[in-house]
Write a new protein. Structure first.
Length: 187
């Protein structure tokens, strides 16, 4: 399959699909952290070519969307509307199968409820980080390795210039589950 991993700088999900034999490329305004196929550009430029992609997994920035920033929502209405417009653009892309990932936030009330909410501890990581998935023509992601030791570490990331990056990376177990479960029998 031809897979677009939108708004991913880490390369984690892209590489999981490549390991499964797919033609996957990440796209982000930031350079990639891992060597591999990456478009260092605005994903908007790559959504409009019908037939270019079989699957898109999108990780739009949650800065103006997640409930963790709710106390600032009243001061950034314009930014939030722009972020929601971007989410709509991704969800409505002319791509047969789509997953949009984001933390719990305003997408659920302003656009639609997620199809699924997952946790890292369902995929081999002993942490809590409630993550919503909005799906188009994809099955629910099945847990692969339920573990104990469920601790909320991600939100404890100390202040610093890379805090947002560290909090936004996809857990390897989730990336592997996406690639294995959504990358088979769909061509």
């Amino acid at each position: 399959m031809k897979v677009l991993i939108a708004c991913e700088f880490s390369g984690i999900v892209r590489d999981a699909f490549i390991r499964q034999g797919h033609n996957a490329v990440s796209c982000d305004l930031l350079p990639t952290e891992r060597l591999g196929p990456h478009i260092h550009d605005d994903v908007f430029e790559y959504l409009h070519h019908k037939g270019d992609w079989d699957l898109m997994i999108a990780f739009p920035p949650c800065t103006h969307l997640a409930v963790s920033g709710a106390r600032w929502f009243k001061d950034k209405r314009k930014e939030q509307e722009q972020a929601l417009d971007f989410v709509r653009l991704l969800l409505n892309a002319d791509i047969p199968r789509i997953c949009l990932e984001n933390p719990v936030g305003v997408i659920s009330t302003k656009i639609r409820k997620p199809d699924q909410i997952i946790q890292p501890w369902q995929f081999g990581h002993g942490e809590t980080k409630k993550t919503c998935l909005w799906l188009k023509d994809l099955p629910l992601l099945k847990p692969t390795n339920i573990v104990s030791g469920r601790e909320g570490r991600v939100w404890r990331e100390p202040p610093g210039e890379n805090r947002w990056k560290n909090r936004s990376r996809t857990y390897q177990g989730i990336a592997d589950a996406m690639a294995k479960q959504w990358g088979v029998g769909r061509e």
